[in-house]
Design a protein around this ligand. Sequence first.
Ligand code: ZN
Length: 251
Amino acid sequence: MNDHIEVLILNQNDYREHDVMFRALSKEYGALTFIAAGARKMTSKNAGSILPYTKAEIHFDYKEGKRMFRMKTASTRNLYRKLHEDLNLSACASFASETAMAMHNESEETAIEEYEMLETVYDALNTGRQPVTVLALYISDMMKLFGIGADVDECVICGNTTVHAVSAKEGGFLCADCAERLSVPFKTPNELKRFRILVKGSLKHLEMIEKAGGASLADLEILADMLKLHAGIELRSFAFLKRIFALKADT
Ligand SMILES: [Zn+2]
């Protein structure tokens, strides 16, 4: 009833002739879908306030049990300007928003944490932090939140504490014998150490983890693969992100 909530806008789609449909993450109710009537008309006062990857205040009537609502009005609380000006950062924000939507389980129990993590991601990307490190820590934090974190304390198969490889399929580190048997390529001690820091660390330690070398695209790919193999969550925007960062690495 006449509710005002702060949301992070995850996406936006055209809906009917003049309307817009968008998903948004809130602390109070988790992810909700809104219809913004008339938002595609030139005269719309709300259109500029419901852009993806922004923080907005939404005015609507909440009803328990419903997940879709008609938005009354919206106003921008944080535009995260760089996420709209820089194509690479837009792709990163899109990937983070897709992750937020794909991993969200409609439960309100974890809503505050999910909101705060994504807010940290938008903010960190907007203020020039290492994008790949931000995204890797975000996935890692979300995996821990939902109890599907990787095992990086020992070989996941035999428990040997001397490890040489990481396998998305097995869900963590492997010793030399197990890695050879499964044809998983070895990684350097430095690469393993970095991956362990990503899994054990959190967005809260972003600065420290950046200083320790941050994440590589390969690290992010292993985490995305783990989501796909162990939670059935395929992040479609990762392919595009990979192309962008591969191109950047070439230049
Ligand atoms: Zn082993």
